[in-house]
Design a binder for this molecule. Structure first.
Ligand SMILES: Nc1ncnc2c1ncn2[C@@H]1O[C@H](COP(=O)(O)OP(=O)(O)O)[C@@H](O)[C@H]1O
Ligand SMILES: [Mg+2]
Length: 299
């Protein structure tokens, strides 16, 4: 039986009192804290006075021109290079002391097309790479196999995970590498240019996947990226490194003409579309890498 609620008119009601007691701001744990940090590489100050935070479950991009020190920032968070000033804390500890909770993909990974290792094997390396070739006892081995299958499903790689990785498209390889980085249930993913060999639709697709994983798994992800526009709708925060300077905050706080022009040292315009999306126009040198290293297969 359907109930027809006839004659519902707006009635003048007192505004409800603010429900302070029941609406509690969920304070998300801080995963990374960068506090006035300076990096010196090869005797040269790459960046200084960088402030940024990454909270649990956030999807964050490190953006900026080549040589701005994006990879350096990830390495500093991992403690692979020391900061020359200021401080970085990872899960409340000095860099290098909580790396067991990080899944890290360094820049420029590629697989030879003749490589016969399967996608699932690459994912499995994230779980027991340190015991490569040494079989686990039965029960743990079954648990590991189940976790690998779960990860393959999570990144939507079920169709091709049993094929040799060298024969997969760039987008398929990236999904499997993300699964590998997630294998030990890290609290933070640090992915250095995971989108760099992908065409624009695939960059957006992988960014969408990462943003879903952040929410579903409660893991924070920091990716270094080159093209802003395809990933912008998915980001919670951005850290923008420019020539010597830096800005961080929500996309709306950072992605504006004034800030980007200052960081690039050349005019950059940010437009707002009718549906409220931000589009960066005139970002220098952005698509250069879509030439030579472009993957030959569709993802
Ligand atoms: N091992 C190194 N020795 C000296 N200089 C380096 C080294 N690695 C990086 N650099 C320099 O540090 C700066 C920042 O590099 P990087 O963090 O790789 O930039 P990005 O990732 O933004 O392209 C660049 O000027 C680069 O040339
Ligand atoms: Mg780099």
């Amino acid at each position: 039986m359907s109930v027809v609620r006839a004659d519902i008119r707006p009635t003048r009601r007192r505004p409800e009192p603010a429900r302070r007691a029941t609406v509690v701001e969920v304070e998300r744990a801080t995963v990374v804290e960068v506090d006035g940090a300076t990096a010196v590489v090869g005797g040269r100050t790459v960046w200084s006075g960088v402030d940024a935070t990454v909270a649990a479950g956030e999807f964050v991009a490190v953006l900026g021109p080549n040589g701005a020190g994006k990879s350096t920032l990830l390495k500093a968070v991992l403690g692979l290079i020391p900061v020359a000033g200021g401080a970085i804390r990872l899960l409340g500890r000095p860099p290098g002391q909580a790396n067991h909770a990080v899944g890290y993909l360094p820049q420029r990974r590629s697989f030879d097309t003749s490589l016969r290792v399967r996608g699932v094997d690459v994912v499995r390396l994230g779980l027991d790479g340190d015991r490569w070739g040494i079989p686990l006892p039965g029960r743990r081995s079954r648990a590991a196999a189940a976790r690998v299958r779960e990860l393959v499903e999570l990144v939507g790689a079920g169709r091709y995970a049993d094929r040799p990785i060298g024969q997969l498209s760039g987008g398929e390889q990236q999904r499997l590498l993300i699964a590998q980085a997630l294998a030990r249930r890290p609290e933070l993913l640090l992915l250095d240019e995971p989108l760099d060999s992908l065409d624009l639709p695939n960059q957006a697709a992988v960014a969408a996947l990462l943003s879903r994983i952040c929410r579903a798994e409660g893991v924070a992800a920091v990716i270094v990226a080159h093209d802003v526009n395809p990933i912008l709708p998915y980001l919670d925060r951005v850290i923008y490194l420019g020539h010597g300077g830096a800005a961080s905050g929500t996309p709306a706080q950072v992605i504006n003409s004034g800030t980007l022009t200052r960081l690039y040292g050349t005019p950059v315009e940010v437009l707002s579309t009718s549906d409220g999306r931000l589009v960066v126009v005139g970002q220098p040198e952005a698509p250069a890498h879509h030439g030579g290293r472009h993957d030959r297969h569709a993802a």
